[in-house]
Design a binder for this molecule. Structure first.
Ligand code: DX5
Ligand code: ZN
Length: 229
């Protein structure tokens, strides 16, 4: 059975002066999910966007909004994102005092829930919560900034998580975030990922030269993924 591949543009690299149109255009180019990076200048050394921006974007698209919380503490902000229209909320386990409680809070708020692993975070956090997860997000860069280089060791981690998901028999999505481009997306898919976050690769492509740049880069990514499926 072939896996369904989903492309999730990270709006971190979009033009914030016209964010609504950036979301509409990138979904029209054939992507599936809006990846929404929330940074708090505490858990990570950068500051981005919160529930108000999510609420503003909600009416412009039917696409899933995948909120990646890079914040500490985690719990306080979860209900606000659920009210703002988030569909999926993920958080970093080491940023939560009570992982099981944070997952329950996300579910009670009506959203899908996921855990995020930094490059050096142990997968042992998965041991007791697999039955509560809709997605596992593996960071292939250290969180905080777009445009960083993919850390190759992540490929082994993707394989390990793919095995655990398959063994669980549950339909848990495996998302990879950081440095995913046209030239490595197939390798990431072959290792076992099925959701691909791409910020600078999509929003940064051909900025001044290609008027259809989202279409071009997304088509190129789809062509690479077609070699894997
Ligand atoms: C990094 C963010 C990523 C980032 C990816 O902390 O979580 O989602 O936007 O950007 P690229 O695709 O440029 O590495
Ligand atoms: Zn992210």
């Amino acid at each position: 059975m072939s896996r369904q591949f989903r492309i999730a543009p990270s709006i971190l690299s979009a033009n914030f002066a016209k964010l609504g149109q950036e979301v509409i255009d990138v979904i029209a180019s054939g992507t599936d999910i809006i990846h929404f990076d929330v940074m708090d200048n505490h858990y990570v050394p950068n500051l981005t966007i919160g529930p108000l921006v999510c609420e503003s974007l909600r009416p412009v698209t039917d696409a899933m909004i995948d909120v990646h919380l890079m914040v500490k503490p985690v719990d306080r902000i979860i209900p606000d994102f659920a009210k703002a229209g988030a569909n999926m909320i993920t958080f970093h386990p080491e940023a939560s005092e009570h992982i099981d409680r944070s997952l329950a809070l996300i579910k009670e708020s009506g959203c899908k829930a996921g855990l995020v692993f930094n490059p050096a975070t142990s997968l042992s956090y998965l041991d007791h919560v697999m039955d509560k997860l809709d997605m596992i997000l593996l960071m292939s860069v250290n969180p905080g900034f777009g445009g960083q280089k993919f850390i190759p060791e992540t490929l082994n981690k993707i394989r390990a998580v793919r095995e655990r998901i398959d063994a669980s028999g549950r339909d848990i999505w495996l998302e990879v975030d950081g440095g995913v481009k046209v030239d490595n997306i197939a390798e990431v898919a072959r290792a076992g990922a099925d959701v691909f976050v791409a910020g600078s690769a999509i929003y940064g492509a051909g900025k001044d030269t290609d008027p259809n740049r989202y279409d071009s880069v997304v088509a190129a990514m789809r062509a690479e993924l077609a070699k894997v499926a």
